[in-house]
Design a binder for this molecule. Structure first.
Ligand code: NAD
Length: 327
């Protein structure tokens, strides 16, 4: 096998460097317009003796081969809850990228970095249509892997000048704020969540919350709410009132069945499919307008799509092969 045919390995550090937020957001914008094939994700339950079951999640997607090439990829995610007792991460993932015309493997990419970066970038992409143009005051709920990337992502689409960070574990919020300040940003730890929500232009949440953190009655006219965390009906970051008061947008319509933020308002008769204004595909293609007025409250709920994984993997691979030309 020649080097040209050898699959490239892109580790976490390289993937971080190869996926700067501005380039990734723009690339995602084009990818949501073009679309690609995204079959349902596969979940497999893996019994682990004496421990909670593990889950293997497969997220494939592909583009049809054309004269511009074509990519096929699959993300493999392992969730092993028993790892906590071993002080090992419960979740690990890897992304495999192939040529969709020949099946040749192109790259193996660090899946955790790819996922976190494409997730923050997808939120910022949505906000580029949904947040007010003059939004400057960003409130972040959470200080984990995804949340820590949100300042960078939002600063690529809005002139963010103040960043508040709230987390269930205040020490973790402090560490994130210290890092942001060391980068010269005006950041502060938030302890009064209600006050912070009432004064924010953008409220973005990437937590594992199972009961609402963001109350609809706190939302001020013109605010944009971005919900990243809940991915099962048992999880939610906002209450029914937040959905009732907002123009609701989703990354994909699967969010309506998967995320507690939408599942509960649907059950309560507060939200229906017709009430959801648009998916990110429809916003990016221009089929549906984003924010309609200064005072509208907008809410974006994302559960993630394999399209964004494939787009990010394609961008990282292209940048990698440009930096390290193949012979
Ligand atoms: N929408 C998407 O495409 C997408 C992609 C990746 C991750 N996610 C989701 O985003 C969330 C954050 O992911 P991550 O990789 O940053 O995880 P992480 O473990 O790095 O961070 C989780 C954060 O949630 C906080 N937290 C934990 N339990 C909480 C609770 N009960 N209430 C409030 N906060 C709590 C933690 O302190 C931490 O700040 C997860 O729910 C994850 O599944 C969504």
């Amino acid at each position: 096998m020649t080097e040209k045919q050898m699959p490239q390995t892109i580790d976490a550090e390289q993937a971080t460097h190869l996926l700067p937020m501005d380039a990734l957001i723009n690339h995602l914008r084009g990818s949501f317009v073009r679309g690609c094939e995204v079959p349902p994700r596969h979940h497999h339950t893996i019994p682990v003796p004496g421990e909670p079951d593990a889950t293997l999640l497969l997220m494939p997607s592909w583009q049809q081969k054309s004269e511009n090439g074509g990519l096929l990829g699959v993300k493999l995610v392992g969730v092993f809850p028993g790892n906590a007792a071993r002080k090992m991460p419960a979740l690990t993932s890897v992304y495999l990228l192939f040529d969709s015309g020949t099946g040749a493997q192109l790259a193996t990419i660090a899946g955790d970095v790819l996922t976190a970066r494409r997730t923050a970038a997808t939120s910022a992409l949505a906000a580029s249509y949904l947040a007010r143009e003059d939004a400057t005051n960003l409130l972040i709920l959470g200080s984990g892997r995804v949340a820590s990337l949100l300042p960078d992502a939002y600063r690529a689409v809005r002139d963010v000048s103040r960043i508040g960070v709230w987390n269930v574990n205040a020490d973790s919020a402090s560490r994130m704020v210290d890092r942001l300040r060391s980068e010269g940003l005006d950041a502060m730890v938030v302890s009064d969540l209600e006050h912070a929500v009432r004064t924010a232009d953008i409220v973005t949440s990437a937590t594992l919350a199972t009961s609402p953190l963001i109350k609809g009655e706190w939302l001020q006219p013109g605010v944009h709410v971005d919900l990243i965390g809940a991915f099962t009906p048992a999880m939610r970051e906002s209450d029914d009132e937040a959905v009732r008061r907002s123009a609701v947008f989703v990354d994909t319509y699967e969010a309506m069945h998967e995320a507690g933020d939408l599942v509960h308002p649907i059950k309560a008769g507060i939200l229906s499919r017709q009430d959801v204004r648009a998916s990110l595909f429809e916003i990016c293609s221009g089929a549906v307008q984003g924010r309609r007025s200064r005072n509208e409250i907008t809410l974006f709920k994302a559960v993630g799509t394999a399209l964004a994984d494939l787009a990010a993997a394609g961008l990282a691979y292209k940048a990698h092969t440009v930096e390290k030309p193949l012979r």
